[in-house]
Ligand binder design. Structure first.
Ligand code: SME
Length: 171
């Protein structure tokens, strides 16, 4: 298993995300547990780029409520209603959202006052059900672009891949 946390801050983004996705998939080889995958992705994405906050909000009431999942960073809000903030907007629409300036986004939820820009990617299971969203925040304005959108979307596509079901019985 590849156990190293990569530092990709000096690597061009497209190449960085290619390396990061390969690394994450190697670490998750044989894993079928979504929470373990969310924790692994949060840690590796966060430290690869030095983001402010990186983590998942999970759908706990479809169409209504997100609750925080595995993350790295300072304390995140525990729950976000669909339609509220950047995460709730992405969850309600099922479409990724890039916010270059969080202060210009109406209804942005400021969990950490240092956050200046943000990207939120909806996370779908195989079959298309919304599992949650991946939320990444940065201290720099305009930190996220189409390369982040493509790279992070590729990483969370893991949840839609067909994986062996966990064994129902032991032995
Ligand atoms: N900024 C988010 C809230 C979650 S945190 O930043 C961890 C939003 O407006 O959806």
């Amino acid at each position: 298993m590849a156990e190293v946390t990569l530092d990709l801050r000096n690597v061009p983004k497209a190449e960085a995300y290619t390396q990061l996705d390969a690394h994450i998939r190697a670490v998750l080889d044989g894993v079928t547990d979504d929470v373990a995958a969310m924790a692994t992705m949060s840690a590796l994405v966060h430290h690869a780029f030095g983001f402010l906050w990186t983590g998942f909000y999970r759908v706990v009431e479809p169409g209504r409520l997100l609750r925080v999942g595995p993350y790295q960073g300072t304390l995140g809000c525990l729950e976000i209603a669909f339609g509220r903030g950047v995460c709730g907007t992405a969850a309600a629409s099922g479409i990724p959202v890039i916010v270059p300036d969080v202060n210009a986004f109406p209804g942005h939820i400021a969990c950490d006052a240092r956050s200046r820009s943000e990207i939120v990617i909806p996370v779908h299971a195989a079959g298309g059900a919304l599992l949650g969203v991946l939320d990444v925040d940065a201290e720099q304005p305009g930190a996220f672009d189409d390369a982040d959108l493509a790279g992070l979307s590729r990483i969370v596509a893991w949840f839609a891949t067909t994986r062996p079901a966990p064994s129902a019985t032991l032995g």
